[in-house]
Design a binder for this molecule. Structure first.
Ligand code: GDP
Ligand code: MG
Length: 422
C-alpha cells in the first residue's frame, strides 16, 4: 500500500540517518525532499506545502530530545503530522435505538456496490445484520451485482421498491440493525445524478452519507468530492483500491481539502477487503514502522467481550489463548492468520501450520492443569515433560507453544485500553 510513497519518504528521511548532530541546513534539505515526494505522490500542493511548513516550524520551535538522533527526531515529527493529517479517527455514527442508515454515493466504477457488500460483512462480523439496498433505477444489472455480493456475505438485499414499505420497517422485520444503500453513479458529476441522489437522500434520511472514491484517481478525487459534498453534505468517505500502487495523494489530501474524514479503506476486490482507517497505523505503514496495529486488530476481532475486560487489565492466560486458537480454527484458513504473527510463524515450522498443528497445540493446553493455564509461570521443566507426555507431543513442542503464547500475549497487551470500535 502506497509502496512508492513509503520508499521515497524513506529515502528523503534517510539522508539524516547516522547523523549525530542536528544540522538545520540538512533538515531543511530533507524537508525540501519530503515536499517533492509528496507532490510526486499526487498530494495536493497546498497540503504538501502546509505539511512541510508544520514540520519545519516544530523543528525550529521544539527542542529536540537528547535521547533521539536527528533522524529519529524528524521521523517523529513527520509521523505525528501525518497522523494529524489523516485523523482523528472517526468511526461510523449510527443510532442505537433504530436501524442505522448508510448511504453510499460516488462515481461509476469507484467501488460503491462492492463496498456496500464489504460494509455489510463488516457489520455481520460484529454481530449486526445489515440490509443491502440497491437504489439504481437505470441499470437492472446493478441490483443483480449487489444481490450476488449480498449472497456471498449471507445478507438480505432489496431494490428500491423497499422504499414503499419503509426501509426502517423492513429492516426491523428482517432483523437488521443497519441498512446500506448502494446508488447509481456516472462517469462524471452531473446535475441529473445529483438531483436523483438528493431525492434518495431525502427519502432515506441517512445517518451516514459516505462518498466512495477510487484511490487510483489521486487528487482528481478532490473536486469530485467537493461537488458531492456541496449537494449531499457528506459525513465521510471510503477510499477504495488503496492496496495497489495508488500513489497516496487522495488519502493524504482528502481530509485537509474536503474537511471529511476517510472512514474506511478498500484494500482488494474480495468482500473481506475492507479496513477502518486508523491514522496511526496508516502513517506507520507509510513510514515503514511495521504494522503492529493490524495484527492487534485481527486479534481484537476474535476477542469476546467478557475477555476484553480482562485483557484491558493486561491479563491474558493460556485459557484465553486456547479459546482464541479454537476460534481461529473456526475462522478457516489458518495460514493467513499465522502470517500475522511473523515471529510465531518462525517458531512453528511450516508443516505444522495446518489443522494438525492446531490440534496438537490444543492438546498441549488441554494437558495442563487449570492452575497452570492461569499461571504459566508454574511450568517448570518437569511439568513441561508431563504435559508433553500427556498430549503425545514433545517438550520442544510445548516450549514452542509457550513462546507463541508469550508472543500473542505481548500483542494483546499493546491493545490495552483500546475499546471496540466499529
Ligand atoms: P461501482 O460502479 O461504484 O458500484 O463500482 P463496483 O463496486 O462495481 O466496482 C468497480 C470495480 O472496482 C470492480 O471490478 C471491483 O471489483 C473493483 N473494486 C472495488 N473496490 C476495490 C478495492 O478496494 N480494491 C480493488 N483492487 N478493486 C476494487
Ligand atoms: Mg455499482
Amino acid at each position: 500500500m502506497f509502496a512508492r510513497l513509503a520508499e521515497r519518504l524513506g529515502e528523503a528521511l534517510g539522508r539524516l540517518r547516522g547523523r549525530g548532530r542536528f544540522d538545520p541546513q540538512e533538515v531543511e534539505e530533507c524537508l525540501r525532499q519530503i515536499r517533492l515526494v509528496l507532490l510526486e505522490a499526487d498530494v495536493h500542493f497546498r497540503v504538501a506545502r502546509d505539511f512541510v511548513e508544520r514540520v519545519r516550524e516544530r523543528a525550529s520551535r521544539e527542542e529536540s530530545l537528547s535521547s533521539l538522533t536527528p533522524y529519529q527526531q524528524v521521523l517523529r515529527w513527520v509521523y505525528e503530522e501525518l497522523v494529524a493529517l489523516l485523523g482523528p479517527e472517526e468511526p461510523l455514527r449510527l443510532p442505537g435505538n433504530r436501524p442505522g442508515i448508510i448511504f453510499l454515493c460516488g462515481l461509476q466504477g469507484a467501488g460503491k456496490t462492492t463496498t456496500a457488500a464489504k460494509l455489510g460483512l463488516h457489520f455481520a462480523r460484529r454481530g449486526q445484520k445489515a440490509l443491502l439496498l440497491a437504489l439504481d433505477r437505470r441499470r437492472p444489472a446493478a441490483g443483480e451485482q449487489l444481490a450476488v455480493l449480498a449472497g456471498k456475505a449471507g445478507l438480505p438485499c432489496r431494490g428500491f421498491e423497499a422504499l414503499e414499505e419503509g426501509v426502517a420497517e423492513l429492516a426491523r422485520r428482517l432483523g437488521c440493525g443497519v441498512v446500506i444503500a448502494d446508488t447509481a453513479g456516472r462517469w462524471q458529476v452531473d446535475r441529473e445524478l445529483m438531483e436523483e441522489l438528493v431525492v434518495w437522500k431525502e427519502k432515506l434520511r441517512p445517518d451516514e452519507m459516505l462518498l466512495v472514491v477510487d484511490a487510483m484517481t489521486g487528487q482528481q478525487a478532490l473536486p469530485v468530492a467537493m461537488e458531492f459534498h456541496r449537494h449531499l453534505q457528506l459525513t465521510g468517505a471510503i477510499l477504495t483500491k488503496a492496496e495497489g500502487d495508488a500513489r497516496g495523494g487522495a488519502a493524504l489530501s482528502f481530509r485537509a481539502v474536503t474537511g471529511c474524514p476517510i472512514k474506511f479503506l478498500g484494500v482488494g476486490e474480495k468482500i473481506e477487503d475492507l479496513e477502518p482507517l486508523r491514522p496511526e497505523r496508516l502513517a506507520r505503514r507509510i513510514l515503514g514502522m511495521g504494522d503492529v496495529e493490524g495484527v492487534v486488530e485481527k486479534v481484537q476481532e476474535v476477542v469476546r467481550p467478557e475477555e476484553a475486560a480482562r485483557l484491558a487489565r493486561g491479563q491474558f492466560t493460556l485459557e484465553d489463548f486456547r479459546d482464541q486458537l479454537r476460534r481461529f480454527q473456526n475462522m478457516g484458513p489458518l495460514g493467513e492468520l499465522f502470517q500475522l504473527f511473523p515471529r510465531w510463524r518462525k517458531a512453528v515450522p511450516a508443516g505444522e501450520l495446518g489443522e494438525k498443528g492446531m490440534q496438537r497445540a490444543l492438546a498441549i493446553i488441554d494437558s495442563m492443569t487449570p492452575e497452570e493455564r492461569r499461571n504459566p509461570g508454574l511450568l517448570n521443566a518437569s511439568r513441561r515433560r508431563r504435559i508433553a507426555r500427556g498430549s503425545g507431543t514433545s517438550v520442544e513442542e510445548v516450549n514452542r507453544l509457550l513462546r507463541a503464547y508469550e508472543e500473542v500475549q505481548r500483542l494483546v497487551k499493546t491493545m490495552r485500553g483500546k475499546g471496540r470500535r466499529w
